[in-house]
Design a protein around this ligand. Structure first.
Ligand SMILES: [Zn+2]
Length: 296
């Protein structure tokens, strides 16, 4: 099977994006995988997916457990499903994920001054490079520059600290990639973590194009939940190769459980009342994957 690096490169050449979906438990993972498989069959195309876990999600699922499950699916079905350590803080946290056989990791030190963010990102890149050579793996390291907020929640307004001034500048992106050797870059281009109730802001498409050209690495769009369909299409054309969705999955999951328990308040079998949550997650992910792969 091709590596995640090769799938992302292929996506970028095809002008599509790889979907990155967060989970905290097995049910959401089932929903995401069902959606990807369904679309692969329907479109007769291989639809690679990335499963993401933040530090909190990873702790809840179990770092070795999530790693084993993703690996089991990949090997049993020969399906391109990969695992990413989403927003890990500090070298140790990234190292733990790499050591637990994750395919990729995001070192998030965007709140540090640029030179410290560079030093820490470089340390993670060096560690991954060393392991790649020793163990014949192909781990990817991603970093962020430009602040986009931190929580995957439903929000009333744009998170504090996010403004046009905190958006990523193309020359800054170029310098950061040169200094760190990072594989993937997550810029701030009008995207925010979480979903704003009245609708998310529009993306700065021209900025994406400029950052992509200046940095020369595949770009990752964080905070995909709540972004308008047309903006996704344009952003992918302009150079986004991976899109992160988390909040929408959380909303769908909760809605599924609420509906199931409303219909059958006395149901106590988790595999019965959680079924609807799996289906709701599957619907969200199916539609997002269609859009990211220009199949809708
Ligand atoms: Zn993110």
């Amino acid at each position: 099977m091709k590596t995640l690096r090769e799938y992302i490169k292929e996506a970028s050449e095809m002008g599509v994006a790889v979907g990155h979906f967060n989970v905290s438990n097995m049910e959401a993972l089932h929903g995401i995988y069902n959606a990807a498989k369904k679309l692969s069959v329907e479109s007769e195309r291989e639809i690679p997916i990335i499963i993401g876990v933040s530090e909190g999600e990873e702790e809840f699922f179990g770092i070795n457990e999530i790693s084993a499950v993703v690996k089991a699916i990949r090997e049993k079905d020969n399906y391109p499903i990969f695992l990413n350590a989403d927003h890990h803080y500090g070298f140790e946290s990234v190292k733990n994920a790499i050591d637990a056989l994750f395919d990729a990791a995001i070192i998030d030190e965007v709140k540090l001054p640029l030179d410290e963010n560079i030093a820490l990102t470089k340390k993670c890149v060096d560690y991954a490079t060393d392991i790649n050579q020793k163990e014949s793996r192909d781990i990817l390291i991603e970093a962020e520059i430009g602040f986009i907020g931190q929580s995957s929640k439903l929000l009333e307004s744009i998170p504090e600290g996010v403004s046009e001034a905190t958006m990523t500048k193309p020359e800054e992106a170029k310098y950061f990639v040169e200094q760190t050797g990072v594989d993937l870059l997550a810029p701030s281009v009008g995207n925010i973590h979480g979903m704003i109730k009245g609708g998310n802001p529009r993306l700065d498409i021209e900025r994406i194009r400029e950052i992509k050209e200046a940095s020369g690495v595949p770009l990752v769009l964080h905070g995909g939940s709540g972004i308008a369909d047309a903006d996704f299409t344009e952003a992918i054309k302009a150079g986004i190769s991976v899109v992160h969705i988390n909040t929408e999955i959380r909303v769908a999951y909760k809605k599924g459980i609420e509906e199931a328990l409303k219909e059958e308040p006395n149901e106590i079998a988790p595999y019965k009342y959680l079924k609807k949550a799996v289906e709701e997650v599957e619907n969200v992910v199916y539609n997002r994957l269609k859009l990211f792969n220009h199949l809708s």
